[in-house]
Design a protein around this ligand. Structure first.
Ligand code: IPD
Ligand code: CA
Ligand code: CA
Length: 256
């Protein structure tokens, strides 16, 4: 496991360097679905770099990556890759995006890494070994009530056409808390909860590559994660509530 983790750390730094070099440069933007689901050439290049490095060392490993889909091999070893989480931000040179890489064995995520190239921050977690930011242990905030909380959320790509677009929740919780932020990178949002920069997060319709690393980082930092019913969460669910634990019940009551 140590060698696999070291490879992940090496490769996320390489991808981060590539992304940073291309930040603010003219880049090719295309639409995947609708008019807000974007992809740039840099997403694709960063993903290709990560996958190439992984399969050159572990050709039998399976990979689920946002831009190239599923590479089905031995299901015992599974990687989840989001080369740029926060592509819309990246495409606009808005400095909030990251790379997210997680590795699972027999379906259980063993470690996760999330790199914010702008801040130069690397969030990591190994199962049962705690969560770290740049090598130092992190933990969730101690905020006890929703009224005193700062929350983060996001909106799905089908927000213009679906009734499940999170807008009502956003309005209600804006009034029930100190504020709700929409930063635009789910993986980094989870790291912000894990490191106590905000107290709770919820979102709908995410994909496993958005959350696989961040969920482990948050759990290892002492946070709590469920679906909107308060039931056990898994990374293929399409509703997530992630908090410092203290405000979880209160937040659940507000979400529909
Ligand atoms: C998106 C971001 C965003 C969230 C979207 C995600 P992408 O990922 O995490 O914050 O609201 O639902 O799909 O497309 O930038 O990798
Ligand atoms: Ca993403
Ligand atoms: Ca992405």
């Amino acid at each position: 496991m140590k060698n696999i983790y070291n490879l992940a750390e090496e490769v996320i730094e390489k991808a981060s360097k590539l992304i940073l070099q291309n930040h603010k440069k003219i880049r090719k933007i295309s639409y995947k679905t609708g008019d807000s689901n974007l992809v740039t050439n840099v997403d694709k290049e960063a993903e290709a770099l990560i996958i190439k490095e992984i399969i050159s060392r572990y050709p039998e490993h399976s990979i689920i990556a946002e831009e190239s889909g599923l590479r089905k091999r031995n299901p015992k070893h599974q990687w989840f890759i989001d080369p740029i989480d926060g592509t819309t931000n990246f495409a606009h040179s808005y400095p909030f995006f990251c790379t997210s890489i997680a590795y699972a064995e027999n379906g259980i995520v063993q470690f996760g890494l999330i790199k914010d190239p702008i801040a130069g921050d690397l969030y990591t977690a190994k199962r049962n070994k705690g969560a770290k930011l740049n090598g130092r242990k992190i933990s969730v905030s101690k905020t006890k009530t929703l009224r005193e909380s700062l929350l983060i959320t996001g909106f799905p790509y089908d927000k213009k056409t679906s009734r499940l677009n999170n807008l009502k929740n956003f309005c209600n919780l804006t009034l029930a808390t100190r504020g709700v932020r929409r930063d635009g990178a789910a993986a980094l949002d989870l790291c912000f909860i894990a490191s106590g920069k905000a107290d709770g997060y919820w979102e709908l319709k995410l994909s496993p590559w958005d959350v696989a690393a961040g969920v482990l980082i948050l759990e290892e930092a002492g946070g709590k994660i469920t679906d909107f019913k308060g039931q056990k969460y898994n990374i293929f669910d399409n509703q997530i509530i992630a908090t410092n634990g203290f405000i979880h019940k209160e937040l659940l009551k507000h979400l529909k």
